[in-house]
Design a binder for this molecule. Structure first.
Ligand code: NAD
Ligand code: ZN
Length: 358
C-alpha cells in the first residue's frame, strides 16, 4: 500500500504589513503562571528600532542570536541550559530573524522538553516530546523555514535537521515590512533559496499536484520580483514573503534536489552558507535543470549580484571525498532529482567533476 505523507503544519498564521504589532495580543494566552516569554532576535537588530516594538512583559528576556555561523547543536544546547538554569520553565520562545533564527528557535523549543543533546535528534522522527510554545517571525524571505517540519543544525558528525511532527511553529507572523532593510545581496541569496526549492520540486520525480500547485505559484512570484520588475518596492517584499511560504509548502510534499545535495557538502567542509552555497551550485546545473539554470543566470545578471567561483580550487582529495560523502548521503534528494536509479547516474566520479567546477 502506498504510504502518503501525513504532515503537521503550522497552527496559526497571521499575514500583513504591520501584523507584528499584534504580537502582544497573540502571545498573551500563551503566558503561563509568570513564566517568561523568551525572544531570540537576530543580532542584526541589536540597537535597531524593532527591538523597542517587542512586547516585553514581566521577566521576559531578549537574547540576541549570533548567526555569524548557521546554527550548531552546541549553540542550541548552550542556550537550552542557559534558559533552564535561569528560569526553570518558560512560557515559550519567539524567534525574530532569518532562517538561522527560525531554526534556532524551533530547536531550543524542542530541547526545553527533550533530554540529552540536540545532536541526538538529528534525523527523522526522533524527537519524543512536544517543545515549549514557539512562534516564528521571519525578517528575510526565501528559506521556507517558517513552514517546514525541520530545523537544520550542524552537529559533531553531520549537518542534518531535527525533522519531526513537533518541529513546526505554533504561530508564524508574516510581516513583509520586517524584510525591507535586507541588503540586496543577502535578499537575493535567500530569495534564490526559494527559487531553487521551486525548480527542484517542480523538476523532481516526487512531484504531485499538491507540490506543483504551491511550487508554480512560488516560482511565478520569484519571476515577478527578480525578473519582471526593474525596481524593488514594498510589493516585492510582500510577494517574496508569500513565495517563501508557498515554496516551503511545495517541498513539504516533495523534496529538494541536486543544488541542495551538492551545497550541503560545501557547507559541511567549507562552512558555505545555505543561500549562497545553493547559488554557487545552481550556476553549474545546466545538465540537470537546463531551463532553471538559464533563468537563474538571467536573475543574477538582472539583479547585479556576484556569485563566487573557484571556491574548490586547491582542495585535497580527502577534502573532495568529505564533500562527496556528505552529498551522496542525501539519498532522498538524489532520488527526487534523478529517480530510483540515481546511483547509476550520479557516481562519485561525476560528483567530483561537478565540485571541481564550483
Ligand atoms: P540567515 O538567517 O543565516 O541570515 C543571513 C544574514 O542576514 C545574517 O547576517 C542576519 O543577521 C542577516 N539578516 C536577517 N534579517 C535581516 C534583515 N531584515 N535585514 C538585514 N539583515 C538581516 O539567512 P537565511 O538565508 O534566511 O537562512 C539560512 C539558514 O536557514 C541556514 O541555517 C539554513 O540551514 C536554514 N534553512 C532552513 C530551512 C528549514 O526548512 N528549516 C530551509 C532552508 C534553509
Ligand atoms: Zn533551501
Amino acid at each position: 500500500m502506498t504510504q502518503f505523507r501525513n504532515f503537521r503544519m503550522v497552527s496559526y498564521v497571521v499575514y500583513g504589513r504591520g501584523s507584528f504589532n499584534q504580537l502582544d495580543e497573540i502571545l498573551t494566552p500563551h503566558r503561563k503562571n509568570g513564566a517568561p516569554m523568551i525572544f531570540f532576535v537576530d543580532h542584526f537588530f541589536e540597537n535597531k528600532p524593532l527591538v523597542d516594538r517587542i512586547p516585553v512583559r514581566g521577566n521576559d528576556k531578549i537574547i540576541f542570536a549570533d548567526v555569524t555561523y548557521e546554527p550548531k547543536t552546541t549553540y542550541v544546547d548552550g542556550l537550552t541550559s542557559q534558559l533552564k538554569d535561569e528560569f526553570g520553565t518558560i512560557s515559550g520562545i519567539v524567534g525574530i530573524g532569518g532562517g538561522s533564527v527560525m531554526d534556532l528557535t524551533k530547536a531550543v523549543s524542542l530541547m526545553m522538553n527533550n533530554p540529552g543533546s540536540s545532536a541526538d535528534y538529528q534525523g527523522w522522527d526522533l524527537v519524543k516530546y512536544p517543545g515549549v510554545y514557539k512562534a516564528g517571525i521571519p525578517t528575510l524571505s526565501g528559506t521556507g523555514a517558517e513552514v517546514s517540519r525541520t530545523c537544520v543544525l550542524t552537529g559533531p558528525t553531520r549537518k542534518l535537521g531535527m525533522n519531526s511532527d513537533f518541529t513546526p511553529f505554533d504561530q508564524i507572523v508574516l510581516d513583509p515590512e520586517l524584510t525591507a532593510d535586507a541588503p540586496v545581496n543577502q535578499r537575493f541569496y535567500t530569495g534564490m533559496d526559494c527559487y531553487i526549492h521551486c525548480i527542484e520540486s517542480l523538476e523532481g520525480t516526487f512531484l504531485n499536484e499538491f507540490s506543483k500547485s504551491y511550487g508554480e505559484k512560488a516560482l511565478q512570484l520569484c519571476q515577478k520580483v527578480f525578473i519582471d520588475k526593474d525596481i524593488w518596492d514594498a510589493e516585492s517584499d510582500d510577494q517574496l514573503m508569500m513565495a517563501s511560504y508557498a515554496g516551503g509548502m511545495s517541498i513539504a510534499y516533495s523534496q529538494v534536489g541536486v543544488a541542495h545535495a551538492v551545497s550541503y557538502g560545501l557547507s559541511y567542509l567549507l562552512g558555505t552558507k545555505h543561500g549562497i552555497g545553493n547559488c554557487i551550485v545552481m550556476n553549474h546545473l545546466e545538465e540537470y535543470y537546463p531551463n532553471g539554470t538559464a533563468e537563474f543566470k538571467r536573475m543574477v545578471e538582472k539583479n547585479n549580484v556576484e556569485i563566487p567561483t573557484g571556491i574548490c580550487k586547491g582542495l585535497t582529495d580527502d577534502q573532495f571525498d568529505a564533500m562527496i560523502n556528505v552529498s551522496i548521503g542525501m539519498k532522498p534528494l538524489w532520488e527526487n532529482a534523478l529517480g530510483k536509479d540515481w546511483e547509476k547516474i550520479m557516481t562519485r566520479e561525476k560528483l567530483r567533476l561537478l565540485y571541481e567546477k564550483l
